[in-house]
Write a protein that binds this ligand. Structure first.
Ligand code: URA
Length: 244
């Protein structure tokens, strides 16, 4: 099935100009279809078949890729939509920018910290796939103080109901009133993984915050706040997972 649309509409939909602006581009001879200049208004094209150029640059109607870093507060589900109507991380983003975005991996409702959101499915898939071993850093306040033997178990792997965890690191950051703040680094991301690991060692989690994702941190970002990733950060993440 072919779906023809007017050239000016296609250019406008690709976000290059308004419909009127696109008409001006066409009349001015700045637009080519399959390598041939087209100056006639009303020319129809098939976006799936015809290659459109404006000023010798190919025009794509693929949605622009977007990447955001959110400082998630507690109380929000990491999902695009909750059938029960509970607050989700999408509620923390303005309507204009959240269209098409989804969270990269997941933080539990009561977990705070760094969460990426994007509409780039390939990058999101790779960033969360254990094969790529992307490092995620957490600060976990646990009940009691784990022994050095307990901390070693993070490296050795801890047996959970869904199998042994892959090597992780944990060290004690501080101890307050008999409870330890652990700095933990994971390279995989199973459901409730840190809570289950700590519970297995008899040091249940009191609170959990993700403080880093690869080289990204929460620096300068208060809870509830978000920012767009820079192009350098996007290419950095892409190269970590073999996309560039
Ligand atoms: N591990 C957990 O248990 N919960 C999270 O939200 C993230 C890692």
């Amino acid at each position: 099935m072919s779906s023809l649309i007017r050239l000016q509409k296609f250019i406008a939909m690709a976000g290059l100009a308004s419909r009127r602006g696109a008409e001006k581009m066409i009349v001015a001879g700045r637009v080519k279809v399959d390598g041939r200049p087209v100056r006639k208004l009303g020319t129809k094209i098939d976006p799936a078949k015809n290659r459109v150029e404006v000023d010798s640059r190919f025009v794509s109607m693929l949605p622009e890729k977007k990447y955001f870093l959110l400082h998630k507060p507690a109380g929000f589900l990491t999902t695009v939509r909750d059938p029960r109507g509970r607050p989700t991380v999408m509620d923390l983003l303005p309507g204009k920018i959240k269209k098409g975005l989804f969270p990269v991996g997941r933080l539990d409702r009561d977990t705070t910290g760094l969460l990426l959101l994007t509409n780039d499915g390939e990058l999101a898939f790779r960033l969360t796939h254990p094969r790529f071993e992307v490092e995620k850093g957490y600060l976990a306040l646990v009940r009691g103080v784990p022994s050095s033997g307990d901390l070693k178990k993070f490296k050795q792997g801890i047996l959970l109901a869904d199998g042994r965890t892959s090597p992780a690191e944990a060290e004690i950051s501080s101890v307050k009133r008999g409870d330890a703040l652990l700095s933990i680094t994971l390279r995989e991301g199973r459901k409730r993984q840190i809570k289950r690991m700590c519970a297995a060692l008899d040091h249940p989690i009191i609170s959990l915050k993700r403080v880093s994702f690869a080289f990204l941190t929460l620096e300068g970002l208060a809870p509830h706040a978000f920012r767009a990733l820079t192009t350098t950060e996007i290419s950095g993440l892409s190269s970590i997972v073999g996309l560039k």
